[in-house]
Design a protein around this ligand. Structure first.
Ligand SMILES: CSCC[C@H](N)C(=O)N1CCC[C@H]1C(=O)O
Length: 358
């Protein structure tokens, strides 16, 4: 059981307990999916003795079944109940791991009511070691999520894109992804023309025109696991500089992919992509890391950046997505999801990478 492995690791690293709020870590460890806890304090308390109990608002009584839980009702003080659980588990001081994304107001109240000399540390510092290596079932789910985005790419090539607003295309992509999967892994990015110079452009009212390069970046979820793909397509003949940029990004992406091996550092994969782009004179226009880990979260460890010392291992899954973004002109990004399998990188997303001109 994942929770047992987590407790062993926590103990090995000298931690006394953990406080885990709803999100992908809670799901990973327990299978509990707490949707929209919002402002209502909801915390899994785990002790290094192997005790665990979820504190949750009473509206989850019918969801949290067969799992040790204490519920609080409106009008009760949840932090008092949390203090009781800590006392029951004999957690009164020591080193506590806390969910990185826990709401600040919960944390402040935990400090006030429950803190009797704890030192707090980010949960990610320990759980990353478990989550970074996916098992076969997790990789199968990711393969399925990757197939969905490949299919949607094929499908969208048949749509009448000229004249469509970015926001309309983003919505159509979202609907197509939802049709084939459990949902989107993030809001699609559709960035056309000069808007493509912004890697995280929010799709807006711009109409797609002849001569545009259009960055399409979207993802699906399957059984909780994410895919994330980017392709850049041309509408009509683009200018020659953009074609040169496209070919440079494609080469950088391929070189980085070929660098993926068990035992190689993540930063070497980044360096491979960055080297190609710098040699072509576009180094200063590659303004982000080469990739990020992918799994239950769309951004997780291992990050594929210039300073990432993580040594790649079988079961690791991440994106490779170099890009070049020239203000006033536009941009190109090509992204695949990759898993390390049998010592080598294997693309999970397989959509066409040659420049498609519609
Ligand atoms: C979760 S929104 C961004 C999704 C996108 N695929 C992505 O991860 N990136 C786009 C630019 C680089 C990269 C990133 O690290 O944010």
């Amino acid at each position: 059981m994942r929770l047992d492995r987590f407790v062993s690791l926590m103990k090995e690293r000298g931690f006394d307990g953990a406080l885990i709020s709803p999100g992908t870590n809670l799901y990973y460890l327990t299978g509990l999916h707490i949707h929209e806890a919002g402002e209502r304090p909801t915390v899994l308390v785990v002790s290094s003795d192997g005790n665990y109990r979820l504190l949750a608002p009473s509206l989850y009584e019918n969801v949290v079944r067969n799992f040790p839980a204490t519920f609080w009702r409106d009008g009760e003080n949840p932090y008092e109940k949390l203090a009781w659980i800590l006392a029951e588990f004999k957690l009164s001081s020591g080193k506590l791991l806390v969910e990185d994304t826990m709401r600040a107001d919960w944390l402040i109240n935990i400090f006030r009511v429950g803190n009797r000399g704890f030192e707090f540390y980010p949960l990610s510092s320990v759980i990353r070691e478990l989550r970074m290596r996916k098992d076969e079932k997790e990789i199968d789910y990711m393969k399925h999520a990757a197939k969905v985005v490949d299919r949607v790419f094929e499908e969208l090539l048949s749509w009448d894109l000229l004249g469509m607003r970015e926001s309309e295309l983003a919505l159509k992509i979202e609907l197509a992804v939802r049709e084939l999967s459990d949902g989107i892994s993030f809001e699609p990015i559709v960035a056309s023309g000069e808007n493509a110079a912004n890697p995280h452009h929010a799709p807006g009212n711009r109409h797609l025109r002849k001569g545009d390069l259009v960055i399409l970046d979207y993802g699906a979820k399957w059984k909780g696991y994410c895919s994330d793909i980017t392709r850049t397509i041309a509408l009509g003949k683009p200018n020659e500089r953009l074609v040169e940029i496209y070919e440079t990004v494609k080469e950088a992406q391929e070189k980085a992919y070929r660098t993926v091996r068990e035992g190689v550092k993540a930063k070497d994969v980044d360096a491979a992509a960055r080297g190609v782009i710098s040699a072509a004179g576009y180094g200063k226009y590659f303004t982000h890391r080469t990739g990020h880990g992918l799994g239950l979260d769309v951004h997780e460890e291992p990050y594929i950046g210039p300073d990432s010392e993580v040594i790649l291992e079988n079961g690791m899954t991440f994106t490779i997505e170099p890009g070049i973004y020239v203000p006033g002109l536009g941009g190109v990004r090509i992204e695949d999801d990759v898993a390390v399998i049998d010592g080598r990188g294997k693309r999970l997303t397989r959509a066409e990478r040659e420049l498609i001109t519609l």
